[in-house]
Write a protein that binds this ligand. Sequence first.
Ligand code: MTE
Length: 314
Amino acid sequence: MPAYRQPFIASSEITPEQCFVKRRSFLSMAAGGLIAAGSGLAATAAPLTAQQSTYKVDEELTPEKDVTGYNNYYEFGTGKGDPAANSASFKPSPWTIKVDGLVGKPKEFGLEELLAFPMEERVYRMRCVEAWSMVIPWVGFPLKALLDKVEPLGSAKYVAFETIVRPEEMPGQSGFFQPLPWPYREGLRLDEANHPLAILALGVYGNTLPNQNGAPVRLVVPWKYGFKGIKSIVRISLTETPPPSTWNLSAPSEYGFYANVNPAVDHPRWSQASENRIGGGGFFGSNRRPTLPFNGYADEVAGLYSGMDLKANF
Ligand code: MTE
């Protein structure tokens, strides 16, 4: 188990100064631990403090067993339990994300550098296009912080993301039945990517991400359907034109590029007006509630789409 997979320290009560000190000691320990993991030595404990964010939905958290046991990650199979069952041998460390395209300073970020961004715990409402939802305590940092480091050019209008291709560790990429074209791809408009709600998550529930949730780093965009939240990212490219996105390529009439949660625009095969909140009341118990425009984040993000026809740009 790589060293960075150690619990984050709950941080609600500690001061910024304490955070800073603990962060510094974590970073040196994490760097040592990563080297140790790479050389096959036993990993040392590597706690990471995450500041509590003001971005915090005041709703009951989805139980951790559901967050880590009921997943979509087709690289590991199409069943909800497949990602947890089939991802044990996936290696999330060492890792790099290559950031390139229309940027002044293209750069590869190692896992240690990603972990060095100031982490926040953010409790987000998450809505899957399949009409189920969860409330998840992610740990991550704003995507904008990473994009700023590479200095996007004025011509950059979109951000493209790619998941790793590693058929030897991902049965969904190597079997007879391959449900999607690989790599899994996603994209955002640059102003969406720069919105403070859009984060790169490295942890959940106080721990580094389990493989089934997209270790070591995945996108979380809470006002959009869950399929925008691409997992195990290895490349981010700034582009002038809209990048391809996997579900849009696979079924363009069903999955749009924007994929903003919108109860007024149904999926062609089912209603998006309501959702089943997973957990509490049983796995498939009647825990149905109305779906909110932009998944409840309209006050923050609706302005990104002013003047746009959201039925045409679904
Ligand atoms: N990323 C990759 N690479 N492959 C996938 O199949 N599934 C998406 C998204 N990211 C997917 C992916 C879908 S459909 C959803 S709903 C979310 O991941 C689920 O994230 P979770 O399992 O952490 O809840």
